[in-house]
Write a protein that binds this ligand. Structure first.
Ligand code: NAD
Length: 440
């Protein structure tokens, strides 16, 4: 018996933050429409070649799979949907995370793959963008259930992934263990160990020692650099962080180590608050034994919206579309560092820009993850090992160089950092496509 299969061809209209989306191609979704609108605005600004402009709106390759999945405690078999989208194959292999979430769909994965293309180009990596996902809630899954989903999904992706074709990494709802299962499944099919097939895997399998921390720490480093430009001191700031997973935890730890006061953090289970600053190493110990930040001894529960809390720096590090035109006006932070992908809708972006808020955009702020992934992949493919200090130095060098270039563009064009970052990313991808020419 099968259940939960979703209708691939369903057509719906829905309203998303005042933007009406009519599904008119396979890839449309709330996030896809936002990413394309953003892209169109920047394409106008830079007078992008019209042929390239249309080409880059659609991904080069998309795989939709359905596969059977049996839970531990009953015999019914569900049909689960999975996706892998590769946006541009012109600059090298494609690269991007895999997310497990109940609302994952082709349009969202496509939008995220497009953002990965810009992100790689902004930090100068030899990749096109990709993204993958399985439409399943990972929270209630047992270890063996998660393993079964992962191994079967990997088997379905075999025709299009490869060390020099497409390299997955962790994202929302997936982690180092997920990557280890992907690597094992893929290696079994290929017949030899293939550590370079994924990044963000455990160190024992050739994973980089710095990958886990790189997105959160990278976001803070870029935030510090941006604040320096305005003579604002991160280390003297109060910080609020939405999401306490991979990105949020290390953004919090880095902030704490710099002397900043992390006054509030939240996860899907709730939020906590301490006006004197939360002891983040102690909160890490709490998280080792609990599934949520809730009930942490060193802070009180917080029931209001963490996004609207009184603080200097806000770091959304959970899911997309959380800062909208409904709450943007209530944000009190002076600086927003986007740890998550697409946390701010376009309409909210415009409201924040009109206010006096410095917004460090996702495609720049969270590029530490893909950069550290690149180092891991290079080490795997060359059987070479860098020391932790070297990796950290290389990571900061790439991120801060990219930030400085984006800052210069924003000054020259008199535009916000998101527009400046997109100008850099889109121009580079377009140049690569134009230089390669058309086949046939
Ligand atoms: P994760 O699964 O490790 O953590 C997600 C966190 O967000 C968890 O604490 C979860 O409880 C919380 N959360 C989920 N829904 C929430 C909600 N509605 N309200 C409040 N909290 C909620 O995921 P992650 O790897 O930390 O990724 C977080 C975001 O950062 C995602 O948008 C992801 O695409 C982006 N990102 C991650 C990486 C990476 O290296 N992991 C790199 C770039 C971007």
């Amino acid at each position: 018996m099968t259940k939960n299969a979703k209708n691939l061809t369903s057509k719906r209209n829905y309203i998303y933050d005042e933007l009406v989306i009519v599904e008119n191609n396979l890839f449309d979704s709330q996030m896809y429409a936002e990413v394309i609108r953003q892209y169109d605005e920047v394409s106008d600004l830079i007078n992008l070649d019209s042929n390239i402009r249309e080409r880059l709106k659609l991904p080069q390759r998309s795989l939709v799979v359905t596969f059977p999945f049996r839970r531990d405690d009953y015999d019914e078999v569900e049909t689960v949907m999975g996706y892998r989208v590769q946006h541009v194959l012109s600059m090298g292999p494609t690269k991007g995370g895999i997310r497990y979430a109940p609302d994952v769909n082709l349009g969202e994965v496509t939008a995220l793959a497009i953002l990965m293309s810009w992100k790689s180009a902004i930090v100068g990596l030899p990749y096109g963008g990709a993204k993958g996902g399985v439409a399943i809630d990972p929270t209630p899954l047992s270890r063996s259930e998660k393993q079964r989903v992962t191994r079967r999904y990997t088997a379905e992706l075999l025709p299009i992934i490869g060390v020099d074709k497409d390299i997955p990494a962790p994202d929302l709802g997936t982690d180092e263990q997920t990557m280890a299962w992907i690597m094992d499944t893929y290696s079994n099919f290929v017949g030899s160990p293939q550590p370079g097939i994924v990044t963000g895997k455990p160190a024992s399998l050739g994973g980089s020692i710095t990958r886990r921390e790189s997105t959160g720490r990278g976001a803070v480093a870029i935030g510090v650099a941006a604040m320096d430009k305005l003579n604002l001191k991160y280390s003297e700031s109060t910080i609020a962080i939405q999401g306490f997973g991979n990105v949020g935890m290390y953004a919090a730890l880095d902030s704490y180590e710099r002397g900043a006061k992390v006054i509030a953090v939240s996860d899907i289970g709730g939020a906590i608050y301490n006006p004197n600053g939360i002891n983040i190493p102690e909160l890490f110990k709490h998280m080792a034994k609990n599934v949520s930040v809730n009930n942490f001894d060193g802070a009180e529960p917080y029931s209001e919206s963490i996004l609207e809390i009184n603080c200097d720096v806000l770091i959304p590090a959970a899911v997309g579309g959380v800062i909208t035109s409904s709450n943007a006006n209530n944000i009190k932070a002076k600086v927003i560092i986007e740890g998550a992908n697409s946390p701010t809708t376009l309409n909210a972006d415009k409201i924040l820009n009109d206010g006096d808020i410095l917004l460090v955009p996702d495609i720049l702020a969270n590029a530490g993850g893909i950069t550290a992934s690149y180092f891991e992949w290079v080490q795997n493919t060359q059987n070479y090992l860098w020391k932790e200090s070297e990796l950290h130095e290389k990571l900061m060098d790439v991120l801060i160089t990219a930030f400085e270039e984006v800052w210069k563009i924003s000054e020259k064009q008199n535009c916000d950092l998101r527009t400046a970052a997109l100008i850099k990313g889109i121009k580079r991808v377009a140049a690569a496509k134009l230089t390669r020419g058309l086949f046939p």
